[in-house]
Design a protein around this ligand. Structure first.
Ligand code: HEC
Length: 377
């Protein structure tokens, strides 16, 4: 009897998340570790978006969805300078955190995982967390994969600055000038910081979020050596420019998937869709990706390429003076080849190029890619 009751309790139990802590400087950082049964995949380290936390709906759901797919994960809460921070950030607390603190905390958790025997994790980041993950991952050689969910773009950072005054009713230029005059730790009354209006923030915090060159995850992708998967939400109102930003960056080693109808938060069954993409991607990182098959562009017939290219020159000129139609000369052959594939499948959405790309067979795409890559830009 007792046995059966225990068994029933086990079946009914929610997925078990174990709270884990990490001492980081003066602070204690909190995370939830969810252990999947029968894992083959690397452990995923999950970083949330701006001012959010590890128990937000998307992150909790993602941990469940990954565990169901045999992927253990650790979701951590960025401290934002607050000891044992939990829940949404408190806008009224003084903001002494800096943008780059996140990178240091991500790296501290990578080290913590390694100490626990989980080497070579896969990093996952959502929104601004995606940008922070991309930056932390750049140049590292100990990651299995980097997975970015609706990652922040350079455009979104630029928009945040351009819209600062209309959003918070104070001039960003004036604030930056004041912050540059002040001592790093001086607390300033600011019109707003991130999503918080009328906040108190240290000069260092203000400068870290608004003082440098605006960046997005797109800024760091070329410096990441681990395989990258970018998962975009088709109906992302927060980052409407995401497809146009990330899809053209596709190359062997950088996969982009778009979850149809999902919005920026990937809730409900869109979390499952994201989980499916992550599972398939992690399963494939050890196997050669079909898109990684090295195409021998050098073997392509130059005359055939030049002949086919006549059709392109009615729109594509040698130099980029029209803006609307990019110049092709000197682009990487891989890039041209993947672009043609993406126009043909519709992943890159352009009516004219869709028609052109679908009319070409594989040999023709290879010949054209080789041709344009050999021309001087
Ligand atoms: C009817 C005009 C037209 C023709 C003909 C045309 N293109 Fe394009 N092409 C475009 C436009 C417009 C874009 C930009 C679309 C976009 O914004 O994604 C483009 C974009 C591209 C890109 C993406 C470049 C990048 O920077 O990512 C490639 C590659 C490309 N075209 C290859 C070709 C090839 C090869 C041919 C000839 C077989 C060709 N195009 C013929 C209009 C044309």
């Amino acid at each position: 009897m007792l046995r059966i009751a225990a068994l029933l309790a086990l079946i009914a139990a929610p997925l078990h998340a174990e709270e884990v802590t990490l001492r980081h400087g003066e602070l204690t950082l909190l995370g939830d570790f969810v252990q999947a049964d029968e894992t083959a995949a690397p452990v995923a380290l999950i970083t949330h978006g701006t001012l959010a936390h590890r128990d937000m709906e998307l992150i909790e759901a993602l941990q469940d969805v990954l565990a169901e797919r045999g992927i253990s994960s650790l979701a951590h809460t960025l401290s934002l300078g607050i000891d044992r921070r939990e829940g949404m950030a408190d806008c009224d607390a003084p903001h002494i955190h800096r943008d780059t603190d996140a990178d240091e905390e991500i790296i501290a958790w990578i080290d913590w995982l390694a100490d626990e025997g989980h080497t070579n994790p896969a990093l996952i980041g959502h929104s601004r967390g995606g940008r922070q993950v991309a930056r932390a991952a750049a140049g590292r050689d100990d990651l299995s994969a980097v997975i970015l969910l609706a990652p922040a773009t350079t455009r979104s950072a630029e928009r945040g600055r351009a819209g600062y005054e209309s959003r918070f009713g104070g001039s960003l230029d004036t604030l930056l000038a004041t912050a540059r005059e002040a001592g790093a730790d001086d607390l300033l009354e600011v019109p707003g910081l991130l999503y918080c209006p009328d906040a108190r923030a240290s000069a260092a915090s203000v400068l870290s979020y608004y003082g440098g060159v605006p960046t997005g995850a797109d800024t760091y992708l070329s410096d990441i050596t681990a395989p990258v998967l970018v998962i975009l939400a088709q109906k992302d109102d927060v980052l409407p420019e995401a497809p146009a930003t990330y899809i053209p960056l596709r190359r062997p080693g950088l996969t982009v998937e778009v979850v149809e109808d999902a919005d920026h938060m990937f809730l409900d069954f869109y979390t499952d869709d994201a989980g499916d993409h992550i599972e398939a991607f992690l399963a494939g990182i050890d196997a050669p990706d079909e898109r990684d098959t090295v195409i021998d562009f050098a073997a392509a017939d130059p005359e055939y390429g030049a002949y086919l290219a006549q059709e392109c020159s009615s729109c594509h000129r040698a130099s980029d003076d029209t803006q609307a139609v990019p110049a092709l000369n000197g682009l990487e052959a891989d890039h041209i080849y993947l672009a043609l594939e993406d126009y043909a499948t519709g992943l890159r959405d352009n009516a004219a190029m869709g028609l052109v790309a679908r009319s070409l067979d594989d040999e023709q795409r290879i010949a054209l890619s080789a041709h344009f890559s050999r021309l001087d830009d």
